[in-house]
Design a protein around this ligand. Structure first.
Ligand SMILES: [Zn+2]
Length: 79
């Protein structure tokens, strides 16, 4: 059985699918019974998925323009 420390060390390899079958099984056995490690795993996957879908974060140019315009208008109104 892996310790939490080993889970942290192996989590990247597990996620990439590069663990051996035996290690992978032990990893999964630990994660099933250890809520903190399960949370850690799902958190890591969530981060990876977000990065994969939206990296690099892009701001539509028109949106940026309209924000700048709105800000300038607001500033003018304040003076
Ligand atoms: Zn653990």
């Amino acid at each position: 059985m892996f310790t939490c420390r080993q889970i942290y060390d192996l989590i990247t390899e597990y996620d990439e699918g590069s663990l051996e079958t035996g290690e992978r099984r032990q990893f999964e056995q630990h994660v099933v019974i250890c809520p903190p490690c399960r949370g850690f795993l799902s958190q890591m996957r969530g981060t990876r998925d977000r990065l994969g879908q939206h990296s690099p974060p892009e701001f539509p140019a028109e949106l940026e323009d309209s924000i700048v315009t709105a800000f300038r208008t607001w500033k003018k109104e304040q003076q």
